[in-house]
Write a protein that binds this ligand. Structure first.
Ligand code: 13P
Ligand code: SF4
Length: 314
């Protein structure tokens, strides 16, 4: 791919022009860089991005998120071109669930319904009965018969949270996100002591002790809504820090404090995969029509059933 020598202003102008020329839509997750959230046509959590992809009449979807988000869009819209500006933008949680190992895990638990978090590869979704996101997981699990035996993968923290809030005993796959699993309880308790008025917002991919001290546990969209509607003026945000951009934009007069992670030296509250997409890569992707997401048709035909089940039940 050739280097583009354009200023940030020129990149923005070119992105606008190419978008119109190619009838493209730019979708971005809340963890994307600020400048990408600024130019996106639609911003959302992983549930909203799947719903928006299923409904769009654009010919090209530029999915500014990670690989599994592009795959989900492609599976829902096989006739459209789906581009992720950097195809290397993976996900440690999705990587923690190898499809072949997951298939064996399912075999070890006959008679179980298989529920998978959307943060999985298409191949894992092909082994799945119902996909969920952190935004609809409780609602979907609640809609299943009380005695239904369930396998849940790959996030053990989200799975534990759903077990605790629904009274289920789902069998959990032992996976986690390297960003959310690293937030440190003591550091957040200390932050709360320094900011006693602040309410604590926690993503369910974080560990249980953090979920227990939260004023609100939820997906990125749920946490954003809570921040907008709650009377509190200060919030400690225990999830990837990219969400602060939209929180601050929606609530300019409120204060959002990013949660520190275990190691103050590292930027542990940043998902390096999400940040791999840049304005320049969005421009190049639109200009060149690549890198395009491809999903094996046989895998896609199986995976689409579990994603559609989710969309029906959401
Ligand atoms: P949301 O479903 O809350 O957008 O989360 C996606 C994700 O990757 C969290 O790490
Ligand atoms: Fe995956 Fe975690 Fe990054 Fe979300 S924050 S995309 S779960 S690695």
């Amino acid at each position: 791919m050739k280097e583009a020598k354009l200023t940030s202003e020129e990149l923005r102008r070119e992105i606008e022009r190419l978008k119109r020329e190619k009838n493209a839509v730019i979708m971005a997750h809340y963890y994307q860089r600020d400048e990408i959230q600024e130019i996106a046509d639609q911003i959302g959590d992983s549930l909203a991005l799947a719903q928006l992809a299923a409904q769009t009449d654009a010919d090209v979807i530029v999915m500014c998120g990670v690989h599994f988000m592009g795959e989900t869009a492609k599976i829902l819209c096989p006739q459209k071109k789906v581009i992720v500006p950097d195809l290397e933008a993976g996900c440690s949680l999705a990587n923690s669930c190898d499809p072949e190992e997951f298939r064996k895990f399912i075999e070890q638990h006959p008679g179980h319904t298989v529920v998978s978090y959307v943060n999985t590869s298409a191949a894992v979704k092909a082994h799945t009965d119902i996909v969920v996101t952190s935004g609809n997981a409780k609602k979907i699990i609640d809609s299943l018969p009380k005695d239904e035996k369930i396998i849940f993968g790959p996030d053990k923290n989200l799975g534990g949270y759903i077990n605790a809030t629904t009274g289920r005993e789902m069998v959990l796959w032992d996976g986690a996100c390297h960003v959310h699993d690293r937030f440190d309880l003591e550091a957040i308790v200390e932050l709360k002591k320094q900011n006693p008025q602040a309410k604590i917002l926690v993503h369910p991919e974080c560990r249980k002790p953090l979920q227990l001290i939260a004023d609100k546990v939820g997906s990125t969209a749920v946490l954003l809504k809570f921040a907008q509607e709650d009377e509190a003026q200060e919030f400690i945000v225990v999830t990837e820090s990219g969400i602060l951009f939209e929180m601050q934009r929606k609530c300019p007069n409120k204060r959002f404090i990013p949660a520190p992670a275990q190691d103050a030296e590292c930027q542990c509250n940043v998902c390096e995969y999400m940040r791999m997409n840049t304005l320049e890569k969005v421009y190049l992707a639109l200009r060149d029509g690549q890198p395009e997401i491809e999903v094996d048709p046989e895998i896609a035909a199986k995976a689409v059933r579990s994603i559609n089940r989710m969309l029906e039940l959401s």
